[in-house]
Design a protein around this ligand. Structure first.
Ligand SMILES: Nc1ncnc2c1ncn2[C@@H]1O[C@H](COP(=O)(O)OP(=O)(O)OP(=O)(O)O)[C@@H](O)[C@H]1O
Ligand SMILES: [Mg+2]
Length: 240
């Protein structure tokens, strides 16, 4: 069978990042090498503090690195002006934050519609589309709720819906199942996997949740600011 050549979506090479906290320096990334293909669901696992959130924040253009290169769809996002960066992210990237980061004064449906409105869609059409995706995630009865009246798992699903709604080419999720029960976690990963396969989107999913490992095409195991190993079988990931 002829093998289809997959395009590289993300390419990180020798990425180094040090935080300066007063007089203390913490080197969070110590030369990360990683690439992600189009249509791939890559999971990123590793102990707390090993640099997972730092790495995906750099990939998503939220944080700058000190040295090395990080290219997203062939662009060095760190070299963009602030406005170019905002535009690039609004069009190409969906991000699920570890702490959800929902806007407290907006309803679930309004939160989810934000990326569409930023990209120029009319408010009513954006809200209808937001309600559709919330329904897929089992939240059709919560579209008018404010984040404060939602459970942690419901807020997490709203955050995921917001990351997917504008059909970004790269979806980056920081522990997207941390507040979900096993069954809901499987449902959400099923939706993500289908997006990667059917629409050739690329997904990076940071996780500690071994129950969702089987959805990954590859699992990158991170340790002390570096990618230690990349495995293709979830059984190998669990062994490590
Ligand atoms: N804003 C910051 N200022 C100073 N140090 C930071 C900052 N953010 C992260 N760090 C440090 O950088 C290292 C990597 O942090 P990071 O948040 O990337 O880890 P993580 O792998 O995502 O951990 P977790 O699994 O707990 O979310 C840690 O030692 C952390 O204390
Ligand atoms: Mg983290």
């Amino acid at each position: 069978m002829k093998q289809q050549k997959l395009t590289t979506a993300v390419q990180c090479s020798k990425v180094i990042k040090t935080y300066t906290d007063g007089t203390t320096k913490v080197t969070a990334l110590r030369g990360v090498e990683l690439d992600i293909k189009e249509g791939e669901l890559l999971m990123l696992a590793g102990p707390s503090g090993c640099g997972k959130t730092t790495l995906i924040s750099i990939i998503a253009g939220i944080l700058d690195h000190d040295s090395g290169t990080c290219q997203v769809f062939g662009h060095k996002v760190s070299e963009f002006s602030p406005l170019e960066r905002i535009k690039f992210r609004a069009k190409n990237i969906g991000f699920v934050f570890q702490a959800f980061n929902l806007m407290p004064t907006l309803t679930a449906s309004e939160n989810v519609a934000v990326p569409l409105i930023i990209n120029g869609m009319e408010r009513h059409a954006a809200t209808l589309k937001a309600n559709e995706i919330l329904a897929q995630m089992g939240l059709s009865d919560k579209t008018h709720s404010l984040p404060v009246s939602l459970s942690g798992g419901q807020q997490q699903r709203v955050a995921i819906a917001r990351a997917l709604i504008h059909d970004p080419r790269l979806i980056v999720c920081d522990e997207p199942t941390s507040a979900l029960d096993g069954e809901t976690g499987q449902l959400i990963l099923g939706i993500m996997k289908k997006i990667a396969m059917d629409q050739k989107r690329s997904l990076i999913v940071v996780t500690h949740d071994i129950r969702i490992y089987p959805f990954a095409d590859r699992i990158a195991l991170m340790e002390d600011g570096k990618i230690k190993k990349i495995v293709t079988s979830y059984k190998d990931a669990i062994k490590n």
